[in-house]
Design a protein around this ligand. Structure first.
Ligand code: Q46
Ligand code: ZN
Ligand code: ZN
Length: 307
């Protein structure tokens, strides 16, 4: 397998793009792709202050590396979720993220859930759901709130997350199987700013997970290789495996599935796509000022409401 551009030994063969590249050319090609999607979907520009949601995993660190390299004004925000589960998951991811930022001289902010709110994610879940389910729904809610809150209070123009094509296709498959029209209507990789809500985008939405992993590897990015202990065997991982089997048979299938969905979304296939933006900002939480679909305290503030 040879690099199409220089004939050297290739490090990656992307059957979906009919393209093999060596390390040096892949390190040029991937950032150029990301730059193209940022412009195509009008995600942000060079004058915007960009807040990167970093977890210590390969996708968010590779994304931050690329955005900084492309010359965007980026700061990182890491949320220490207080997840241990015998593998010190949060403290190890935090160390990896801190050393990544330090080595590159990139500004990193940290919010420690336990310090700020007195409880870790598993403890909040135990109190609110009595440990009946995995903490992922509480965790997702808390992370979304904190990233947005930090961006609002510190005047960032946009929050970016490292969701890749495999993540987006798996979510899309789940939502399609459920015919979850509300979520299908919200799947565009750019959520516009609204009162109380900072614009949110996913610059890796068309980047395969193996491309992101290969980029992290050839760029020498040390990242947290263990997945969150609560993600194991999740429904999303099962859908990713199924999509990978289909992709093996039909290279490019995952990308087509996602792109055709974006076309359908743009063509108005889900009528309340536009309305969704309105409903989001219909009410503002009286305590934190973030949008909520109902009047009164938002779900986040209700989590910490004194009885
Ligand atoms: S960190 Fe949180 Fe994820 Fe862990 S507890 Fe679930 S949602 S799996 S991206
Ligand atoms: Zn080459
Ligand atoms: Zn609130």
């Amino acid at each position: 397998m040879r690099c199409r551009k220089c004939g050297q030994k290739a490090v990656i063969n992307m059957r979906q793009h009919r393209l093999s590249l060596c390390a040096a050319h892949f390190q040029e090609w991937l950032p150029a792709q990301v730059d193209r999607f940022i412009k195509k979907y009008k995600m942000f520009n060079y004058t915007d202050r960009v807040l990167v949601a970093v977890s210590g995993g390969k996708d968010s660190l590779a994304l931050w590396n690329i955005l900084a390299q492309l010359g965007f004004q980026t700061d990182g925000l890491y949320i220490d979720l207080g997840i241990d589960e015998g593998i010190a998951y949060s403290s190890r991811s935090r160390e990896v993220t801190e050393s990544f930022a330090l080595q590159r001289g990139l500004p990193l902010h940290i919010t420690d859930i336990k310090e700020s709110y007195g409880e870790s994610i598993p403890q909040i879940n135990e109190r609110t759901h009595r440990g009946r389910s995995k903490p992922c729904s509480v965790c997702g809610l808390v992370k979304r709130h904190i990233f947005n809150d930090f961006a609002q209070k510190n005047n960032y123009d946009v929050v970016v997350t490292g969701h890749n094509l495999d993540d987006e296709a798996a979510i899309l498959l789940a939502n399609t199987l459920d015919w979850s029209l509300e979520f299908l209507a919200r799947g565009y990789p750019v959520l516009p700013a609204k009162p109380g809500f900072t614009k949110k985008t996913k610059p890796f939405c068309r980047i395969y997970e193996r491309e992101s992993a290969a980029y992290a590897f050839v760029s020498g990015i040390a990242y947290m290789e263990s997945e969150c202990p609560f993600s194991l065997d999740s429904k999303q991982l099962k859908y990713k495996r199924i999509l990978n089997q289909w992709e093996d048979d039909r290279p490019g299938m995952k990308l087509r599935f996602y792109l055709h969905y974006l076309n359908a979304l743009n063509a108005g296939a889900f009528p309340w796509k536009q309305d969704n933006a309105k409903t989001l900002s219909q009410h503002l939480c009286p305590q934190c000022g973030q949008p909520t679909s109902t009047g009164g305290l938002c779900t986040f503030c209700r989590l910490f409401k004194q009885p």
